[in-house]
Design a protein around this ligand. Structure first.
Ligand code: EPZ
Length: 428
């Protein structure tokens, strides 16, 4: 397995081009199951997660054609199998989102339940309730969802008891081909929802209100092919914004939008770094002055993203004072804390709250993490730590960060990948 070595101390200066969003790309890929015509996706990130899903889609009957650059064409003339096995769904939870499109297209499906993951239990009860409301009959046996809709899917009013990104997306992906009108209330407002709705509408769907808490979908009989550019990855942009604030220097993030990470940018400014919001991105600057500790509460969009919590915690390890970071989305998302402490941080966790007392220096060490965003927080800490930080289990990073060492290296960071033996794995 590969490792990443970082020698801390270099300031970052330069430009980083942000890729298309992983968490949108994988839902858009699933949308390709809804039509027998080709779906052409541009601004596609090249990641382990998009490859995992490509493997599953290929088994279901999709031809996945990765062109040069960032273009992928997905074409499913016919569904050849409605079966998504445990091994493939376990590797990437979002694979579960093929369930609705398979039912919509073929009237039945057998898809593995994803199981828990390192950041929390992550049940799929809201997904299943939404599909049932849309007319699917669901049975659970031996870890699999057996779904049927012999009389087809029909529109429904679905009120989510709390906000779920995945369940809202799944309901939307399923309802576009249901007969009649579907209204999703207390829907997630994350930008990736808007991106999915834009793509579905280009395919001929009628989705209104995505990006607000009420989404209205008028079902259509058939969807067509389309061309769609994947929205910018706000979590990648936020991660490099934090990296620049940690290392110091001046970094311009392009191919992205400041408004998508506003909750983070405000916190970076409060901490004492400068932020310049541009039309096509954002510039982060920090001179030598020490940052101040600031508190953070994660929340649903437009709140502070849980997917940026670990990175911001890394930033706070060397700030002046004590920062309180509260995680409100996942119950177990502090797996990075013991690893940051190995680098010399002073963090204690109690329930959903972490107290980060800023230290004067971090010191490089061997570390590893158990999820994607936790891993990158260790890279960020390594940028400011004295000596060498060696981050293991890099397959987590590869799930969601495209060419990370190249992008950071081009700005002057001393980061290198050490190739290792053994298979890559994934979960979550
Ligand atoms: C998406 O996960 C993202 N993943 C996550 O990013 C992100 O952290 C999360 O949204 C929140 O923004 C993808 O898009 C692939 P949820 P998702 O359903 O859809 C509970 C990353 O690092 N819940 O909004 O799974 C759930 O356990 C990943 O890129 C139920 O109880 O998140 C959680 O506590 C990690 N029952 C909360 O809701 C359900 O049926 C919110 O989860 C569904 C969810």
């Amino acid at each position: 397995m590969d490792r990443i070595a970082i020698v801390g101390g270099a300031r970052l200066n330069g430009e980083i081009q942000i890729s298309g969003a992983k968490n949108s790309a994988i839902k858009l890929m699933a949308a390709s199951l809804l039509t027998d015509e080709p779906l052409r996706l541009t601004n596609m990130p090249r990641l382990a997660d998009t490859r995992f899903l490509g493997t599953l889609l290929t088994r279901l009957g999709t031809m996945v054609d990765e062109r040069n650059g960032a273009e992928t064409i997905l074409h499913t003339p016919e569904i050849v199998s409605s079966f998504a096995p445990y091994d493939l769904v376990r590797q990437m939870r979002a694979s579960f989102n093929v369930l609705g499109p398979l039912i919509a297209r073929t009237g039945q499906a057998k898809v593995s339940l994803p199981g828990g993951c390192t950041i929390g239990a992550r049940p799929v009860d809201l997904h299943l309730k939404a599909l049932e409301a849309l007319g699917a009959q669901i049975d659970l046996h031996e870890g699999y969802v057996y779904a049927q809709a012999p009389r087809g899917l029909r529109g429904a009013e679905i009120e989510f008891p709390f906000v779920s990104v995945g369940a809202t997306e799944h309901a939307m992906l399923t309802a576009v081909l249901a007969k009649g009108v579907t209204v999703l209330s207390n829907a997630a407002c994350e930008p990736e929802l808007g991106d999915l709705a834009d793509c579905l509408n280009k395919m001929g769907a009628q989705v209104e209100g995505a990006g607000t808490s009420e989404i209205r979908i008028i079902g259509v009989k058939k969807l067509s092919g389309a061309t769609h550019a994947v929205i910018t990855d706000r979590i990648e942009a936020g991660t490099y914004a934090v990296a620049a604030a940690m290392a110091g220097g001046e970094v311009r993030l392009t191919n992205t939008r400041a408004d998508l990470i506003e909750a983070l940018l405000v916190k970076i400014e409060e901490a004492g770094a400068q932020v310049e919001r541009m039309n096509d991105g954002v510039i982060i600057r920090r001179n030598g002055a020490r940052l101040k500790a600031v508190d953070v509460d994660t929340g649903v969009y437009p709140g502070f993203a849980t997917d940026l919590q670990a990175q911001f915690m890394a930033l706070m390890t060397m700030a002046d004072g004590e920062s309180v970071i509260r995680e409100h989305i996942f119950e177990n998302r502090f797996m990075h804390v013991p690893e940051l402490n190995r680098l010399g941080a002073d963090i204690t966790v109690s329930g959903g709250e972490a107290r980060v007392r800023g230290v004067d220096r971090l010191e490089g060490a061997q570390v590893m993490a158990t999820d994607l965003r936790a891993s990158v927080s260790l890279v960020i800490a390594g940028l400011a730590a004295e000596g060498e930080t060696m981050v293991g289990r890099v397959y987590h990073l590869d799930r969601g960060f495209e060419r990370l060492e190249e992008k950071l290296g081009a700005c002057g960071a001393n980061v290198r990948r050490i190739k290792g033996e053994g298979p890559a794995e994934a979960e979550g």
